[in-house]
Design a binder for this molecule. Structure first.
Ligand SMILES: [Mn+2]
Length: 324
């Protein structure tokens, strides 16, 4: 019996991140499991999983986490008391907390979707289009920006926003679970009906639009950013922006080279936001030293945390406080 067959007829609660990696894991699940199992999906950017439904978990045969983990041991135990938990993830901080538990597929060299996909499709003939999509999501999520397929991988990420119903997002708000439904359907159509991955005309226009926004964000950030030195004499950049922070940070790090240790970013898209994102490059600096100090976590080169209050955020913004 292969892994897909082992899940047939099962009631599954499927929890996944809200980014391309998390959404791709969901696409894999929808493609292979939706016709044979009863799957309820929950996508979430917030790693605290505020809308996780313990009743749904209790009523399920299995809870699957991809590209995200239960935020703490207590949370995990509360599910595991009634229902088996499978985790497919590549975040070191989650593994540090839950790594010794059963059914944990962990690998920092593959993204969450790829870890899940490889496990699920073990021993079966692959779908060429889906295989390509997972490969591109992996290339993007691991930020392999010197890879020959980087541009296509980034384009897959950039093809997501053209499917979002922005009017609805701004008028009434849309959950992370609903947000990418049209993107998911479009990719499932490709996997079902063609034998070679491609970008549609709509997607190509959307990609171009995102690239223009990227260039604008880069120019704006260059004008408004601050280059600072922390208490340990590390040079870092602080900037805030409404969008495209990750891609601009990556460009700045290449530009400034090894003398720049890390970048601290704040998204001003939402006024109530207290989240700080950190980036570094290669072995130059481990950002989790900072994020874990403030109760967050993530990867060596990309992690985040949330301030508990507005005052600390304001101090950081004005340069009155350094994170270390
Ligand atoms: Mn990921």
């Amino acid at each position: 019996m292969n892994n897909i067959e082992s899940l047939s007829e099962k009631k599954i609660y499927f929890i996944s991140d809200g980014d391309l990696d998390g959404i791709m894991a969901r696409i894999v699940s929808q493609f292979y499991l939706d016709h044979t199992a009863k799957v309820i999906y929950y996508n979430e950017y917030d790693r605290a999983l505020p809308d996780f439904d313990f009743n749904v978990a209790k009523a399920s045969d299995l809870v699957i986490f991809t590209d995200i983990t239960p935020p703490n041991l207590k949370f995990y135990e509360r599910i595991h008391e009634h229902t088996p938990v499978f985790i497919f993830d590549h975040h070191q901080s989650g593994f540090d907390i839950l790594g010794k538990h059963r059914h944990y597929e962990f690998d920092v060299t593959r993204c969450g979707a790829k870890i899940f996909y490889d496990w699920l499709t073990k021993g079966i003939r692959l779908n060429r289009v889906l295989d390509e999509m997972v490969y591109l999501a992996n290339t993007y999520d691991l930020w392999l920006d010197t890879h020959p397929d980087w541009k296509r991988a980034k384009s897959l990420h950039n093809s997501m926003p053209c499917y979002i119903n922005w009017k609805k997002v701004f008028a009434v708000g849309v959950s992370d679970t609903e947000k990418h439904l049209a993107f998911i359907d479009a990719q499932l159509m490709k996997a079902t009906h063609v034998d070679q991955f491609y970008f549609s005309q709509k997607e190509l226009a959307g990609i171009k639009n995102q690239e223009n926004k990227e260039l604008k964000a880069y120019k704006d950030i260059k004008k408004s950013m601050h280059i600072r030195k922390d208490n340990q004499n590390n040079s870092y950049i602080f900037f805030e922006s409404k969008s495209k922070m990750g891609i601009v940070a990556s460009r700045l790090m290449k530009e400034y080279g090894d003398k720049l240790k890390y970048i601290v970013m704040y998204s001003s898209f939402n006024e109530d936001n207290l989240k700080i994102s950190l980036r570094s490059r290669n072995d130059n600096f481990n950002t989790t030293i900072i994020s874990e100090k403030y109760g967050g976590g993530g990867h060596i080169n990309a992690s985040s945390f949330k301030f508990e209050n507005r005052e600390d955020l304001d101090k950081l913004k004005s340069g009155k406080m350094h994170l270390i």
